[in-house]
Design a protein around this ligand. Structure first.
Ligand code: RIB
Ligand code: CA
Length: 308
């Protein structure tokens, strides 16, 4: 069993990543979910995480809210992509249980401190909570088994030509995280855009009972599904990496996050011309797409069998 702590901003693809984690209960022990302002405001990402925890039958996993905004007061949101609620036009049952006490940053530090070397930190939203945790306790870079992020790109952005959304939403936080001393596993747009939901993939999600009531409309809201391509479930790649790193080819690199550029703020400037020991990141450069979907749909089928 691998232990994971998932920091997220649900968010449609965050939701599909959480569903992948929930459907992988025989491989993953989810020790906590922390939330951050990102796709939509913190109140909504947290409400969505609470609703998803119950809809996906994730049991007693703590949900702990974190940072509402970026380190600098420059807010970037993506409600135009994820809808005003953050989950498109999906309305999940009202959750019965609320958040756990405390702040996500303290939860991250204390949870990693209590179980050093055992927990993989998976961050699929802006890196504000992770950066503040590093600042509060720099030793988390040793205590975390790994840090796996969905974020960045060594080719081009999505929110603008230079920057991927999670990095652009808090470049200062991303810079702190990449400079903290750990080797960041970076699943950037270069590979996550290949995780696109085609008609054939969506058809595999349709017969999944209650779970399909989330997966299908959320995906259709997220983007146009066609035989050739469709919306990419970016964040699920980070969970898939924990489940099976062999799905990806990763290359050592030095990644620096631009924080000052007028047109390039949030860009992950990636230099592959390094030997492994000089790298601060392992950057994913390829994805085995058929095996990825077999893993994801297989987990969804297991979860659907539990949900009915
Ligand atoms: O660029 C994709 C990332 O930005 C994903 O994490 C998505 O949820 C949005 O947060
Ligand atoms: Ca996200």
């Amino acid at each position: 069993m691998k232990k994971v702590l998932i920091d997220c901003d649900p968010g449609i693809d965050d939701a599909l990543a959480l569903a992948l984690a929930a459907g992988s209960a025989d491989h993953l022990d989810i020790v906590g979910i922390t939330t951050v302002g990102g796709n939509v405001d913190l109140e909504l990402t947290t409400a969505n995480a609470l609703a998803l925890r119950e809809f996906l039958a994730m049991g007693q996993v703590p949900v702990v809210p974190g940072s509402a905004g970026a380190l600098l007061p420059r807010t970037v949101r993506a409600a135009h992509v994820h809808g005003t609620s953050g989950l498109g036009d999906v309305v999940l049952p009202e959750p019965q249980r609320g958040v756990s006490e405390g702040h996500a940053v303290d939860f991250i530090v204390e949870t990693l401190k209590a179980d050093p070397g055992e927990i993989t930190l998976v961050a699929v939203g802006p890196l504000t909570n992770i950066a503040l945790a590093v600042r509060r306790e720099p030793r988390i870079v040793e205590w975390a088994r790994d840090l796996v992020i969905m974020g960045g790109s060594y080719t081009r952005g999505n929110h603008n030509p230079a920057a991927e959304f999670n990095m652009l939403a808090d470049p200062e936080a991303a810079a702190i995280v990449f400079e903290a001393g750990w080797t960041v596993r970076m699943l950037g747009l270069d590979v996550t855009l290949k995780a696109s939901v085609t008609t054939a993939v969506l058809d595999r999600m349709r017969p999944l009972g209650r779970l399909s009531e989330l997966l299908v409309p959320a995906t259709q809201f997220y983007g146009m599904v066609t035989a050739e391509g469709g919306p990419a479930i970016h964040d699920a790649c980070a969970v898939a990496y924990v489940l099976d790193p062999e799905l990806f080819t990763c290359v050592p690199a030095v990644v620096n996050v631009e924080t000052a550029g007028q047109y390039t703020r949030g860009m992950t400037v990636t230099d592959f011309r390094v030997a492994e020991q000089g790298a601060n990141a392992l950057v994913a450069t390829s994805l085995d797409v058929p095996r990825f979907w077999d893993l994801v749909v297989g987990a969804y089928e297991k979860l659907a069998a539990r949900l009915g």
